[in-house]
Design a protein around this ligand. Structure first.
Ligand code: ACO
Length: 331
């Protein structure tokens, strides 16, 4: 293990993880009656077998509150112990206030501060990076970082190229200020890498919004183009973040990728030189839950006993914007 050692260094350390998935499970076969598709096509091209859809009236904040409660229970903490809530979402209950303040109220929390981050599928990485900065600057001691989405609300149910790919859910991670020695053997976030390039904004977008249409709109995607960018940019950002931490692919215990498409996940791992036996894969059960997919995969990976204390994780994601990024953390 390499890296500088020396005086005490503040690290944002993961102390609790949890998730919530809506009760309704929708198998691929349900889409066969809606659009010209098949279970075989969806499995072969995306790796998705089923996804969860929120019930009527069930909102993004409802999912987020349940995931947050699960993370608090996992950490043995109460809302009184949390200083800030950051929610990554592109499917808020309302245009405002933020989903984060709704979750704050739902948890009965009257102190601290709460806000949303919107970077579509890369949202959780952006939220994690923001929470890390708050902790390292001393502005917060414990931050609840949530990815929560109801993408079923922005689907075009007549567009077979998109409606079969997405699902609803929420995952929550609690980060706490801890002491490290400044080396990459420390627990906590060791490096982050963020990028966006708005010239690609038309590859993946929702065709409605407050300012332009006064409606919420539906998702539009140039799937092939997004795929091409994903494979190229995800391995690149993961390498950059690992390099920043003074680590390489051989040091990685688990890649925790954004779960959009099994073929993207597999090719990214190949490019990174990491075997699929070191990749957490949940896309078959969740579909693409956008900003919720990484905390969901983390939570499932921990619950199934794959991710253990001390493991080195690389999380990476790309989505609308395009916006992409990665984080290296020791669990
Ligand atoms: N069922 C059956 N056929 C379909 C379906 C479907 N559901 N969808 C598309 N097809 C057809 C197409 O019409 C096309 O037919 P054609 O050859 O007659 O024109 C054929 O299947 C092949 O379509 P492609 O788009 O070339 O299929 P591809 O292998 O590229 O897979 C997919 C499509 C799954 C969308 C893939 O491109 C992908 O995963 N892209 C990336 C998505 C992604 O990662 N998004 C990330 C961020 S999401 C966010 O930020 C919100």
């Amino acid at each position: 293990m390499t890296g500088e050692t020396g005086a005490k260094t503040c690290r944002a350390v993961a102390v609790g993880i949890g998730h919530y998935l809506p009760e309704r499970v929708v198998p691929n076969s349900e889409f066969e009656a809606m659009v010209d598709t098949s279970d075989e096509w969806i499995r072969a091209r995306s790796g998705i077998e089923r996804r969860h859809f929120a019930a009527e009236g069930e909102t993004t904040s409802d999912l987020g509150i349940k995931a947050a409660q699960a993370a608090l229970d996992n950490a043995g903490l109460t809302p009184g112990d949390i200083d800030a809530i950051i929610v990554a979402t592109s499917t808020p209950d309302l245009t405002f206030p933020s989903v984060a303040t709704m979750i704050q109220a739902g948890l009965g929390m009257r102190h601290g501060f709460a806000f949303d981050v919107q970077a579509v599928c890369a949202g959780f990485i952006y939220a994690l990076s923001t929470a890390n900065a708050f902790i390292l600057s001393g502005q917060a001691n414990r931050v609840l970082v949530i990815g929560a989405e109801t993408f079923s609300r922005i689907m075009d149910w007549e567009d077979r190229t998109t409606c079969v790919l997405f699902g609803d859910g929420a995952g929550a991670l609690i980060l706490e200020a801890g002491d490290g020695d400044g080396s990459n053997a420390d627990r906590g976030i060791l490096a982050v890498d963020l990028h966006s390039d708005g010239q690609f904004r038309d590859l993946l977008y929702v065709d409605g919004g407050v300012s332009r249409t006064q409606s919420s709109g539906v998702l539009k995607m140039e799937g092939k183009e997004v795929f091409r960018h994903a494979v190229e940019k995800l391995a690149q950002t993961a390498h950059t973040a690992l390099d920043r931490a003074g680590l390489g692919a051989d040091d990685v215990d688990w890649i925790v990728p954004h779960q959009a498409n099994l073929r993207i996940i597999t090719r990214t791992a190949q490019k990174m030189g990491v075997g699929m036996d070191r990749v957490i894969v949940t896309v078959q059960d969740h579909g693409n839950t956008s900003a919720a997919s990484i905390p969901l995969a983390l939570s499932v990976g921990v619950a199934q006993g794959h991710i253990k204390p001390g493991d080195l994780l690389v999380a990476e994601a790309i989505g609308g914007g395009l916006a992409w990024g990665s984080a290296v953390l020791r669990w």
